[in-house]
Design a protein around this ligand. Structure first.
Ligand code: SF4
Ligand code: SF4
Length: 141
């Protein structure tokens, strides 16, 4: 398929089938939750509506589901020719239509995150115990 035809086809998919899904949220990377302060911050994020936290490719993200102000009612970009670099860089590889990517971990509520955090604390305790035991065994030799 020629490039112009491919572009036309992609725009038709974006506008009519997908309805501009990637123009309806923002994502920012956040630090990995390790300390109680990180737990508190993520709990606060998740206290808000239309917010999710996810972990993918070894990175943590905050997702805010909020519509871009430049998206027209018929799902077109009102500033297409001057759209930000982050939008220009969105290519077929990052396109999430028809299915959203499955993240390694995803938390839509504080309860989901609490369950994971509890498991993480237990895993951390086990690792600390194993390290202490290994250190003691080494010092006996
Ligand atoms: S997710 Fe893909 S199909 Fe949907 S609007 Fe974005 S680029 Fe277009
Ligand atoms: S600036 Fe345009 S392409 Fe970028 S998110 Fe907004 S509507 Fe979509």
């Amino acid at each position: 398929m020629a490039e112009a035809d491919r572009d036309r086809e992609q725009r038709r998919t974006c506008q009519h089938l997908c309805k501009a899904r990637c123009c309806r949220y923002v994502v920012v990377q956040i630090r990995a939750p390790r300390l109680k302060a990180d737990y508190d911050e993520i709990s606060w994020f998740l206290a808000h509506e239309r917010v999710s936290i996810y972990y993918h490719h070894r990175r943590w993200h905050l997702e805010l589901r909020t519509r871009c102000r430049n998206l027209t009612p018929n799902n077109l970009c009102a500033i297409y020719h001057t759209r930000p670099i982050v939008c220009r860089g969105y290519d077929a590889d990052s396109c999430e239509y028809p299915a959203r990517p499955r993240h390694d971990l995803q938390f839509d509520t504080k309860a989901e995150f609490d369950a994971w955090w509890k498991g993480k604390l237990a895993r951390d305790r086990r690792k600390r115990r194993a390290r202490t035991k290994a250190a003691k065994n080494r010092s006996r030799r």
